[in-house]
Design a protein around this ligand. Sequence first.
Ligand SMILES: [Fe+2]
Length: 298
Amino acid sequence: MSGMRFEPREGVTFGARVSGLKLPELDDASFATLDDHWLETGLLIVGGQFLDHGQQVVFAQRFGDLEFKLAEIGNMRQDGSLRPDDGSDDMMKINRGNMGWHHDSTYMPVQAKGAVFSAEIVPDEGGATGFADMRAAYDALDDAMKARLEGLRAHHSLYHSQAKVGHDAKPGRDGTVTSDDKSGKSYGGYGFHDGPVSIRPLVKVHPETGRRNLIIGRHAYDIIGMDPAESAALLQELVDFACQPPRVYHHQWEAGDVVIWDNRRLMHQATPWPFTQARRMWHSRIAGDPETEASLAA
Ligand SMILES: [Fe+2]
């Protein structure tokens, strides 16, 4: 696709807006160009796409196998009514939790490679998605901190991170989580992994770029061999340092937007919107390579 243009985000260490393309029509050479830019910049933003579900899944699968094909994110039920924000709805609890910075699926046996995320219905205000560059963050650490982090490993669990925002999820008899939506399609019931708690390094070499990235955020806790309070303080210090300009960009969505992020490099966060307004997004999660993204042994 000859008209494809990449405009880097100004004043930010990562990210580019892409124009002059229709994602479902990319030939192999154009996709390879897109993929190269994605690895280089970590986040691509493509407006005006309005992908249908099939188109989104087929496009996402060009990046690799999918951890899940399509999950609805937002505050709408299947019937179009709005979910209450009164503490009774599990999906809203997940929405609240996702306002903390995180990488996706660090709490699973294999961390996600990335995501294709599209906007169908957006509120008049709020609801931006924030992204933060953990490669630039690592690079910006002083040598003493880099040395301190070397070899450190933390636990990662969605039970832990959701409990911190008051969501006391209980494993169900079948290993899934008690939720108002057992369809398996709801993000609200995904990720409460009942196997061994994942363990991940705080500093990880990206398998494709060879660059070091911090792997931190809301799912991480209890660094192995460290007092829990000291661990919590260090993890918070790292997030506070990392998620600052010029390493942060908040994307204010328009319907039809598609973003593709590298989950091995970036953290992301949801932000609030007036919950009396509808928001409906679609998330396709690209599976990580088990060779490089698997949880470590304890
Ligand atoms: Fe997420």
